[in-house]
Design a protein around this ligand. Sequence first.
Ligand code: ADP
Length: 487
Amino acid sequence: MSTISVAGADIDTRHFIGGVRVSSTETYTNTSPIDGTFLGEISRGGATEVEQAVAAARAAFPAWAALGPQGRGALLHKLADLVEENNETLSQLETMDNGSLLRSHRRGVMPRVAMNIRFFADWAMNELRHEPFETRGHTNNVSWDPSGVAALITPWNAPLMLATWKIGPALAAGDTVILKPAEWTPLSASFFADLTVKAGIPAGVFNVVQGYGAEAGAALVAHPGISRISFTGSVPTAKIIARAAADNLTPCSFELGGKSPMIVLGDADLDLAAEIAVEQYDNAGQVCLSGTRIFVHESVADEFQAKFAERAAKITQGDPRDENTDIGPQIHQVHFDRIKGFVDRAAAEGQNIVWGGTPNADLGGLYFTPTLVLEPTPGAEVVTQEIFGPVLTMMTFSTDEEVIERANGTEFGLAAVVVSGNKDHAKKITDVLVAGTIWVNCFFVRDLRAPFGGSKKSGIGRDGGTWSFDFYADVKNTVVSPNGWKE
Ligand code: ADP
């Protein structure tokens, strides 16, 4: 069977290549993290399907590129309309497949998916320009030309949201696309492919190859017919992809992990700080941006911890389809075991686990309780490694200099949060933190006009506004002399 029914819609579990559904001889089983329900047998692609997809995407490229920003923009707006019309199906599908909250998919994520498409379509049409400038009377004209076929490799923690951060600008830039969704969350990409057909996007412009990273993903990033690789995922996988890309010198954009600091200064509003701290458990901690190292000034540490504990105790864990649920399950048994391994080893090392620390006994399955490790010993893996689960650490500090050094003392540099009641004090800290995004007295505010990405091992490149087009497009400067014209 190659279709499954979710929320009244048929979801095809095969690849989508050149505008048609393609199956593989092999499949893999996809289950829901909510309760282990069988969701479908998914086509397991590899080099053969990648070859077909690259051929289809290359064939579709000249006509898509020739459409120009306006022609592409009209179709992309239709696609965004269809995402909005299918909000309920997409929300239920994504929740079944990855276990994150249905209410946030309905109200926040899926509207944002539509926005990701609209925003970059509009940016290409209206904002993507550089004023011509003169060099000794010659005019420099900067343009962003379509580059070819973009390979997009995406993770499971926010599947369609993160995919459309890439699909939006790649298609708007005039590239054709091959998406390889994460193997644990294949379904929303598959349904999205049907929406591209309904929107009138020509066959071959958008393709989906399903399958494992080491098979479909590896074949895709090694293919010489790819002009760009955009990847969101882990540092070890990024290194493998970079090596494969090196053979063809394919440009890569990487958004990788983090071990972000959240710094609560002595002058902070501690109620606000506690609210923000609780948000770091969102999506069961499966958020690359999460501020998992909470540094609190020693003068307010006890008061902050009490407020944080009070709020954390109110977190409702359960079925993500329930309106009252704050935190759902982990994505997969393999990932659950990895998180549990970190926490069990921390306990065995004698680290101070002040709450959580165990699977949720009431729920069973893949539900791990929100956990806090207090004052882990310096260098402990719980404070150096990205756990990607509901496991936070809290440490006290004495001086600004100390917290700056400790906050920056990581191989990552994705994000940071600073909570302070004093603008100058906050600025003193944010000026020297190394991170792609810093939030002051807030968390998770993301404007698509702003650059987004990671410093150090958290990534290469930035998404957002023109930064996205600088990556997906071939940026060109045409220098025109005032001489030689015949008319
Ligand atoms: P995680 O550890 O969070 O699952 P990964 O970085 O392994 O993150 O996976 C993110 C995405 O990268 C997934 O779509 C996965 O299939 C893909 N992937 C994994 N290994 C490779 C690889 N060798 N080449 C290309 N893509 C890969």
